[in-house]
Design a protein around this ligand. Structure first.
Ligand code: PLP
Length: 484
């Protein structure tokens, strides 16, 4: 890339945007109406996208498959700079529980800004932070909240995962961790491994080595080739044996970390019986259980937290995404018995984002007042029903699964022979085509899972039944167009 190529691109003029109406109700109505009247979209290049390609790191992800330059958004709708309107089932990778620019969030952001509160507060307390902590504890089961400590972390989910690992390593004096195949816990690589100062590392035993992976109970492609209850029993027996056998070759770990429903891994819910069994094993072997609810937390799965479907409790809980109401924020909530950290054992400059705390509190208030967890359960079931009906007609749908509004459709090669459990090979090309055809029809969905073959639906929890039906209809059309 040469600088002359970059500067030869015409500059984008944002002025037409600022002259458009931004009043919430009128914007929502305008976007809904324009979405209703849209034609099939085509995706030619745009100077903003071209400049992004030239300037931004090759690691950029979403705009490769979703080539959009966004301008406005309201509720479930986003608009790009060409005036095309989409239903957003990506929603900031599951961050936007209340959708885009919810009035309660905008209002609290405006009033916090006007209040004179220091926006940058390190880990000093403020009335906003005090309220936020109460709100977070208020949505946890009472038995968890009663003994909880909160560690405010850097702004991303991965930051909180790192903090959780340091916490359990410090508390147990052990250096390894058990994680699961298909798990996603973020992209950082443990900056501590790069640190010259040995002081903060001593208590951890090791840096980021020592992760042992276990098979996740992925029912559709059971790692034990058994499926159903037999697969669950085999998985638990395998883990129990690994932890009990003095010659397993696996040291007693500092923690077991998992998602109760794997998100990026393909919207795979762990069966409640398996989660209960794992909780029992962790307790029996005296191993802290870390539940990563970065994506599944705050009502998304139809309960406030995904672990509640199994009636279990974590020792350590990792939270981010919806936690900050659309602004960056992450915390680790853990049982006080693990609070063996020395003062300053975990720190970070940006742990006091007051706007994110205010937006998080507003989000939790709306979630509770409008029972959006229950709404997610109902609307998710409605979407799954319609997707499953498509699956009855189309053999390229291998499985429809999920909890609440965390739903995946695994696309498979209909022409291939199924395996002994009835699963056909994943079809990543088809998934990419379907995603593209969805986009042409004004629907944003993301891909995930093995070989990127799972179409993921993570709409805002404020989506209506009519909008859910529209999502299913557009997906059905995209699928039909892609299978031709
Ligand atoms: N944990 C889970 C379960 C996630 O889904 C993600 C991100 O999608 C992360 C951790 C990492 O969060 P972040 O991307 O904010 O670092």
């Amino acid at each position: 890339m040469s600088l002359s190529t970059v500067s030869s691109l015409p500059a984008f003029d944002p002025s037409p945007l600022s002259s458009r109406p931004t009043h919430v109700a009128s914007l929502a109505a305008e976007l809904a109406e324009r979405h209703r009247r849209r034609a099939l979209y085509d995706f030619d290049d745009h100077p903003l996208l071209e400049r992004q390609r030239q300037r931004e790191s090759n690691a950029r992800t979403y705009p490769r498959r979703l080539p959009l330059a966004l301008s406005r958004a309201q509720g479930v709708y986003v608009e790009d700079v060409l005036g095309r309107v989409f239903i957003d089932c990506l929603a900031g990778a599951g961050t936007l529980a209340l959708g885009h620019n919810h009035p309660a969030v905008i209002e609290v952001l405006e009033s916090t800004l006007r209040s004179g509160l220091p926006l940058h507060a390190l880990d000093f307390t403020t009335p906003v932070k005090d309220r936020f902590m109460q709100d977070v504890l208020g949505v946890l089961p009472v038995s968890v909240a009663r003994h909880a400590r909160i560690q405010f972390c850097g702004p991303t989910g991965a930051d909180a995962v790192e903090a959780a690992l340091k916490l359990v390593k410090t508390a147990t004096g052990r250096g390894t961790v058990l994680a699961f195949q298909g798990a996603y816990h973020g992209m950082t690589h443990g900056a501590l491994t790069l640190m010259g100062n040995l002081g903060p590392k001593v208590a951890l035993g090791s840096s980021l080595q020592g992760v042992q992976f276990l098979p996740y109970p992925y029912e559709y492609r059971c790692p034990f080739g058994l499926g159903g209850n037999a697969g669950i029993a085999a998985s638990l027996a395998y883990i129990d044996n690994l932890l009990s056998d003095p010659e397993s070759g696996v040291p007693k770990p500092a923690a077991i970390i998992l998602e109760a429903i794997q998100g990026e891994g393909g919207m795979i819910p762990a069966p409640p019986a398996w989660l209960k069994g794992l909780r029992g094993l962790a307790t029996r072997h005296d191993i802290p259980l870390i539940l990563d609810e970065v994506q599944s937390g705050f009502g998304r799965t139809g309960r406030m937290f995904a672990f509640e479907h199994a009636g279990i409790e974590p020792d350590v809980l990792v939270l981010s995404k919806a936690l900050g109401g659309g602004l960056p924020m992450s915390v680790v909530v853990y049982h006080e018995r693990f609070d063996t950290w020395r003062p300053g054992a975990h720190a970070g400059t940006f742990r006091g984002n007051q706007l994110a705390m205010a937006a998080g509190s507003a989000t939790i208030s709306v979630l509770r007042a409008e029972r959006l967890d229950a709404a997610a359960a109902e609307l998710g079931a409605r979407l799954q029903l319609q997707l499953a009906a498509l699956g009855k007609e189309l053999a390229c749908i291998g499985e429809v699964r999920g909890r609440g509004l965390m739903i995946g459709v695994e696309l498979v090669d209909a022409a291939a022979m199924p395996d002994a459990l009835g699963a056909r090979p994943a079809h990543s090309d088809l998934a990419a085509r379907v995603q593209r055809e969805c986009l042409r029809r004004g629907l944003i969905v993301e891909l995930g899972g093995r070989h990127g073959s799972v179409v993921r639906f993570l709409p805002p929890l404020i989506i209506t039944a009519a909008q859910i039906d529209e999502v299913a209809r557009l997906f059905g059309q995209a699928l039909a167009a892609s299978c031709q």
